[in-house]
Design a protein around this ligand. Sequence first.
Ligand code: B4P
Length: 191
Amino acid sequence: MLNIILFGPPGAGKGTQSEMLKKEHKLIHLSTGDLLRAERSAQTDLGKKAEFFINQGKLVPDEVVIGMIEHQLEAHEEAQGFIFDGFPRTKEQARALDEMLKRHQTQVSGMIELKVDQIELVERLLLRGATSGRADDTEDVIAKRIREYEDKTKPVADYYREQQKHFAVDGVGEVEEIARRINQVVEEMKR
Ligand code: B4P
């Protein structure tokens, strides 16, 4: 199985690139951001709880997102592999993912980190906020999300570096060009 983690700060293009990657390699795309927003739209208890954290630019508690991913893995027993988009975002989530995949007789193939500088991230998210209506794409919430990323999420890259599973890709440029860079890394991972 090919199990890829797409990693990077808010607005790095994880969602955008996941769309390209899933078609190319026939993978199941699991975005914790999308799953949480779907729960919120359906006004489930989980969704209401998540909304509180998302609107403040904070990470949703580990047990909530870990449970969601576990459920998705069980729902896709036939999958040839997964793209984990926006998960894991803490070391606790990374450890839980390793354990879950082990139970399914598989493992993480590699983490691809999209590198984008902070000025570009803020520009992208403000641009999206102007049309998406996403409550977390406003200037002060974006700043909080980036801080949360620096404090809690960035260290997750070390977890995969230690396992020699970390790959960095320049995330600035045309979407198609970045997709080509990612594909080169995926081919390397498959070897
Ligand atoms: P996410 O939905 O994961 O949000 P994101 O980080 O903003 O998205 P991404 O990097 O995918 O950016 P995108 O492609 O959309 O998370 C939202 C919130 O949910 C989090 O803040 C947190 O509260 C919660 N959450 C999610 N997962 C969690 C977890 N595991 N644990 C705890 N909490 C969790 O791109 C952004 C914009 O840039 C788009 O408008 C896009 O068109 C543009 N763009 C993309 N590529 C570009 C390029 N090459 N050039 C120019 N623009 C580009």
